[in-house]
Design a protein around this ligand. Structure first.
Ligand SMILES: CC(=O)N[C@H]1[C@@H](OP(=O)(O)OP(=O)(O)OC[C@H]2O[C@@H](n3ccc(=O)[nH]c3=O)[C@H](O)[C@@H]2O)O[C@H](CO)[C@@H](O)[C@@H]1O
Length: 375
């Protein structure tokens, strides 16, 4: 029998939606019925989201300082609050859990007005704008990479880590197999849920600089935005490098598990998945992030020795080629990095966040929850 309904709210990018999807699977397993409130942009990532119903809620961002644009944004958000209120009245959730992004503003705000218990999960080391706007109103806050220090995180915050999807947890069972001479070296390159033009421009050019035996050993799996994919494919074909290029891989967990080396941005889920599966990575933080400093997300993984962080401004094609050929020549170093990455992975995050959600839904105090979680 169903324990009741939990409404999850996530919008914007895959980085907000995938942790929500991970929690949804765990809640379903615990006999909760899950609904999702989101926006159109995120729907392309929602194919595997196990929601009983998906509610499209209007929202807007306060991106502009222009008073007319601001008034229009407020009006749209207010419309979203009324829409979300109607949904909440109908489905009567025991709790509403937000994962950041401006589409979560109306459902979380509506829930707090209606006295429904609320939780927000912040994936990043630095809190995003939507979550900052909601933080003082919600019942509790869960953190992925927020600092552990309670004086920073606040008394209502519990650090759960970032929940990863079931496929990622399953892929974590595949041990790292170091490459050896004469066998393929699998390089996985991706930029996050939206892709990254920088990697499409830089990595194929770096591969062109590798020695011919190194190029022969290399098998590349690279995400490239739709506009760049053909160009990237053509360069690898010309170089005779085996490559699979796509704007979005739906089986990322399998690609991570197969990789000898990952080159990627350091969005919160990306870093969390690399750690849970345990693969060596060269991380290139997105240099123009609005809210979250991706360098901070990557810090724990780098400090443990599981990844190297390379600011984009330092990465000429020569430099990438040098990093890549050094990595290919040192399989044991990569194996050590893989083990170090795994040592800071948090596969238990999804269980902890599900426990926290149930505690909030049943009105238990955060203090009690902390005590139980420690016991
Ligand atoms: C530019 C920007 O603002 N990025 C933010 C955005 O990143 P973004 O949306 O890229 O989020 P993350 O890096 O956290 O997650 C990317 C997710 O997409 C998946 N994936 C990626 C490529 C692919 O082909 N297939 C696939 O499944 C990854 O496995 C991962 O689960 O949200 C994150 C979480 O709030 C933030 O940390 C990032 O700073």
């Amino acid at each position: 029998m169903s324990k009741g309904t939990i409404l999850l709210a996530a919008g914007g990018t895959g980085g907000h939606l995938f942790p929500a999807e991970a929690l949804a699977h765990a809640l379903n397993q615990r006999d909760w019925s899950v609904h999702l409130a989101t926006d159109e942009r995120v729907e392309r990532f929602a194919a595997n989201f196990p929601a009983e119903e998906v509610h499209r809620i209007r929202s807007a961002t306060f991106g502009s300082k222009n008073p007319v644009a601001l008034a229009r944004a407020l009006w749209t958000i207010w419309g979203g609050v009324r829409q979300a209120s109607a949904v909440i009245r109908r489905i009567r959730p025991a709790a509403v859990v937000g994962f950041g992004g401006y589409p979560t503003l109306p459902p979380l705000y509506a829930a707090t007005r209606r006295g429904v218990p609320t939780l927000i999960h912040e994936q990043n080391a630095v809190m995003g704008r939507a979550n900052r706007a909601l933080a003082s109103r919600v019942s509790a806050i869960a953190g992925g990479f927020l600092p552990e220090d309670e004086s920073v995180a606040g008394a209502r915050t519990v650090i759960t880590g970032n929940p990863v999807r079931p496929q990622v947890l399953a892929a974590a069972a595949t041990p790292y197999a170091p490459s050896s001479a004469g066998t393929p070296f699998r390089l996985l390159v991706f930029g996050g849920s939206q892709g990254a033009k920088f990697f499409s421009d830089a990595v194929p050019q770096a591969v062109a600089r590798l020695s011919s035996p190194a190029r022969g050993q290399l098998v590349v799996t690279q995400q490239a935005r739709a506009d760049d994919a053909e160009r990237v494919k053509a360069i690898y074909a010309e170089l005779g490098v085996r490559a699979e290029v796509s704007p979005f891989f739906t089986d990322m967990a399998a690609h991570l598990a197969a990789a000898h080396l990952v080159i990627s941005r350091s969005g919160a889920s990306t870093v969390s998945e690399i750690a849970v599966i345990g693969r060596p990575a060269l991380l290139v933080p997105y240099p123009h992030a609005l809210d979250h400093d991706q360098a901070a997300n990557a810090a724990a993984l780098a400090a443990a020795g599981g990844a190297e962080v390379h600011p984009q401004s330092t990465l000429s094609t020569e430099r990438i080629a040098a990093l890549l050929s050094a990595a290919m020549a040192e399989p044991q170093r990569l194996a050590t990095m893989a083990a170090a990455a795994k040592s800071v992975g948090r596969p238990e995050a999804v269980r902890l966040l599900a426990d926290f959600t149930e505690a909030i839904a049943s009105g238990r105090s955060i203090e009690d929850f902390r005590k139980e979680a420690r016991a």
